[in-house]
Design a protein around this ligand. Structure first.
Ligand SMILES: C[S@@+](CC[C@H](N)C(=O)[O-])C[C@H]1O[C@@H](n2cnc3c(N)ncnc32)[C@H](O)[C@@H]1O
Length: 262
């Protein structure tokens, strides 16, 4: 299993590439039906797996304050804001945050905040309340990171003890993933399945390069180890999430969640 080590110059280079790419994408992001569809699937996945921990801001449940890391233009916030007390979206791209702030103001999203920041920059991250969030969510952002160990650690500072970290991202299409992810595959279909996974792995690699990603996706084994051994989380669950169908290709996805120890 590879967890990339801290390398600040590689972090800065990839961060800048992501900033430039997503700044350029920001104005047209919401016009792409694929991205809208992805955000609907993410919302449904979160409600299915974690909905029981959320609460409407109008009912008597305890408050639920969410941090969404790599929030983009706020497509998830637009849906999830009804189920929670507050959501703070953070993103490295000024363009994405500008789009989200425009929607917050135009549509009076009273319980949503959008902030541009690098979570690894302590001065910028100091805008966030330490141990201020009941749940931290991140959808399709971790594969853009150079250093998932550093980012995961930095995010946990803002999670309450007992709170959940939830990552949704592409599932790795490597053999490392097969025995876990594809354990239902019938033996006589294994070779065909492996070939399909190799093809998908190449496609994910190409997609990752095109969208300045750092990882092709994450295997369940990687995520379990990352959650348990690296981030020291408990009650860890890593499961298949609804696959994404983009441009006719079906990408397997994974959801991981676990609880910060009290
Ligand atoms: C594929 S988009 C997903 C956006 C949103 N989560 C969604 O599902 O619609 C990835 C997002 O991660 C952001 N991002 C990439 N690297 C980041 C980093 N190091 N810190 C914060 N945000 C980052 C990008 O600016 C972009 O908005």
């Amino acid at each position: 299993m590879e967890i990339k080590g801290k390398d600040s110059s590689a972090h800065t280079t990839l961060l800048k590439a992501n900033q430039d790419h997503f700044d350029e994408q920001a104005t047209k992001w919401d016009d792409d039906p694929e991205y809208v569809k992805v955000s609907r699937t993410s919302y449904a996945t979160i409600m299915h797996h974690l909905g029981r921990f959320l609460s409407s801001r109008d009912d008597d449940h305890p408050p639920t304050n969410i941090l969404n890391f790599g929030c983009g233009t706020g497509l998830l916030e637009d849906q999830l804001r009804y189920n929670v007390t507050s959501i703070t979206g953070i993103d490295i791209s000024d363009g994405m945050i500008l789009r989200m702030n425009t929607k917050i103001q135009a549509e009076s999203w009273m319980n949503v905040t959008a902030l541009q920041m690098d979570i690894l920059d302590e001065a910028q991250a100091s805008l966030l309340p330490v141990q201020g969030f009941d749940m931290i969510i991140s959808c399709y952002t971790f594969h853009h990171l150079q250093d998932v160990t550093a980012v995961g650690g930095a995010l946990l500072k803002y999670l309450k003890p007992g709170g959940y970290l939830c990552i949704i991202d592409f599932a790795a299409a490597s053999t490392e993933n097969n025995d876990v992810h594809y354990h239902h595959t019938q033996h006589d279909h294994q070779q065909e399945q492996d070939e399909q996974q190799q093809t998908l792995g190449m496609k994910l690699s190409e997609a990752a390069k095109a969208s300045i990603g750092s990882h092709d996706g994450f295997s369940k084994r990687f995520l379990i180890d990352y959650y348990q051994s690296v981030l020291d989380l408990q009650n860890v669950t890593v499961e298949d999430a609804t696959p994404l169908n983009c441009d006719g290709i079906e990408y397997p996805t994974v959801i991981a969640y676990g609880q910060k120890k009290k």
